[in-house]
Design a protein around this ligand. Sequence first.
Ligand SMILES: [Zn+2]
Ligand SMILES: [Zn+2]
Length: 306
Amino acid sequence: MPFEVKILGSCSATPVYNRHPSAQLLNIDHRLYLIDCGEGTQIQLTRFKIKFNKIDHIFITHLHGDHYLGLVGLLSSMHLHGRIKDLYLYGPPGLDEIITVQMRYSETFLNYKINFRELDTEKQEIIIETNTMTVETIPLQHRIKCCGFLFREKPKKRRVNKEMIPANILLQEIAALKNGEDIFDESGNLKYKNEEVTFPPRRSRSFAYCTDTIYTENFLPQIKGVDLLYHESTFLKDLALRAEETYHSTAADAATTALKAGVEKLIIGHFSSRYKDLQPLLNEAKEIFANTFLAIEGETFSIPEE
Ligand SMILES: [Zn+2]
Ligand SMILES: [Zn+2]
């Protein structure tokens, strides 16, 4: 089953050099989650042949324009494309009001319902929980209320080795084996020893999306050991002062976060328009955390199940 992140937008404030403001699409088991929706997101979705109405959940980190100015356009297009099923939208206070005002003055009545969940960006909370995964908020430190998102698969069950069990095994015995139990017969004799007839569970994958934020160690425990971390990297470290003033991070900050949190892989993005060439940002991060990649639009980062 897929667990992959597609980069749709990678720049900060202004779109330059064919780079678009923040947006990423996460595919977990063929369910699509859109994270941030900067201007041009629907054009990017079209470019990469992603059907708008396959997206049921949209997450907005904060209300700086480069993270949500594409939202009303996308919501309108979903309507025009015949959407009737509910959409789930997560964002800071005020986002629902912005949408309502725009729809009111254009006299647009959407054919579908938007279920808006207002986020308390100061605290870590689970905002989605299914049988197989959770989504939690990550409180970030920015000029305005802002939070990131952590997507995590729940621990998976053991897998039964079909070659080691008889065809007439009871369903409840299979369920117990998947839960890691040994099976005993009515007289209490061991029938199946779990580790002999099952394989270990597949790995539970995780992705943390952290933008926009000043360097902080506050959320390190929360993202500890994630498979994939996206962390903003607006500036090079020679502009560390500028990063601090604007509540952004440098490439070195992003890499330090990845290193201290012990993550597997780091993607950096949210590049300032002053950098046409992104290589220096990558080099700076790699000096601290070697397994770093640039957020290049159209690229997909996949986490394997094994
Ligand atoms: Zn931004
Ligand atoms: Zn911002």
